[in-house]
Design a protein around this ligand. Structure first.
Ligand SMILES: O=C(O)COP(=O)(O)O
Ligand SMILES: [Mg+2]
Length: 237
C-alpha cells in the first residue's frame, strides 16, 4: 500500500456499482404500502413496516411470498395472483415516500465529477427501477442500470454484476460495489470486485461485519471520499 493510501485509506476505482433498496434509496415505506394493499385484497391482516424491511432484497416476488407466508400461508397460484396485485399497487405508490439516503446525491455527484462511472445493480423489477430512479432524481447520475429481471439470475449470483461491468467497459478489479446485505457482498466478491457494505440498510438483522466486505460505512457520505479515481494495483502494491 502506498504511503498516501495508508494515510487516507482510499479505495481506488474506475467504477462504482450501487445496490438500490436500502443502500441509495429508502424505499421501505412505499413497499410496505403496496404490501398491505395487496394483503388487504386477499383478506390478510396488515404487517408492520419493520417486518417488510426484513423481506426486501430478493426482488418483489420474494417480498410478496414472505408477506403471504407470514399472514396465513402461500401456494404458487396465490403467489402469482398476489404478485400481480402487488405490481399494480406498487405502481400507484412507488415514489410517494421513497427518497435518497443522506449523502447519496452529493457523493454520486462528487464521484461522477471525478470521472468514476456509476451503475445501479438491483434485484428490483425493471418496471420500477427506472421510474423510481427518475422520480428521485438519480437517473441522470447513472451510466448503467441492471435490474432483477435484466439478466437471467439475480444477486447473490455474480451475473448481474458482470453484466454491469461489461456495459461499463471495466474489469472487476477496477470496480467497487456498495451494498447493504449478504446478497450484495456475495455477488460482488464472487464477481471479483471489492465491496463496501453500509450498516443502515435492509440487512435482515444480520451483522454485516461478518459478511466479508472490505469496508463498512455508517453513512453513504463516507463513500464520497473513500472511493477515488485510480487503479487497484496501486492499493495492493
Ligand atoms: O428486493 C428488491 O426488490 C430489491 O432489492 P435491492 O435493490 O436491495 O437489490
Ligand atoms: Mg439492498
Amino acid at each position: 500500500m502506498s504511503t498516501e493510501e495508508a494515510v487516507v485509506g482510499v479505495m481506488p476505482a474506475r467504477g462504482v456499482l450501487l445496490d438500490l433498496d436500502g443502500t441509495i434509496l429508502e424505499t421501505v415505506g412505499d413497499l410496505a404500502t403496496a404490501t398491505n394493499r395487496t394483503l388487504a385484497d386477499f383478506k390478510r391482516e396488515a404487517v408492520s413496516e419493520e417486518r417488510v424491511r426484513t423481506w426486501i432484497g430478493d426482488g418483489v416476488r420474494a417480498l410478496v411470498r414472505f408477506a403471504l407466508e407470514a399472514t396465513g400461508g402461500c401456494d404458487d397460484a396465490l403467489l402469482d395472483d398476489a404478485h400481480e396485485r402487488f405490481m399494480v399497487h406498487y405502481g400507484d405508490c412507488f415514489a410517494d415516500r421513497s427518497h435518497p439516503f443522506p449523502g447519496v446525491v452529493e457523493a454520486l455527484d462528487h464521484l461522477r465529477e471525478s470521472g468514476i462511472s456509476l451503475a445501479v445493480v438491483t434485484n428490483k423489477a425493471a418496471a420500477f427501477t427506472e421510474p423510481l430512479l427518475e422520480a428521485t432524481g438519480l437517473s441522470a447520475r447513472l451510466d448503467v442500470i441492471i435490474s432483477g429481471d435484466s439478466v437471467a439470475r439475480k444477486k447473490p449470483d455474480p451475473a448481474p454484476i458482470r453484466a454491469a461491468l461489461e456495459r461499463m467497459g471495466l474489469e472487476a478489479d477496477q470496480a467497487v460495489l456498495v451494498g447493504d446485505s449478504r446478497n450484495d457482498v456475495e455477488a460482488g466478491l464472487a464477481a471479483g470486485c471489492r465491496v463496501v457494505c453500509v450498516t443502515y440498510g435492509y440487512n435482515r438483522g444480520e451483522d454485516v461485519s461478518t459478511l466479508g466486505a472490505q469496508r463498512l460505512v455508517d453513512s453513504f457520505s463516507a463513500v464520497r471520499d473513500l472511493i477515488q479515481p485510480g487503479d487497484r494495483a496501486v492499493e495492493s502494491a
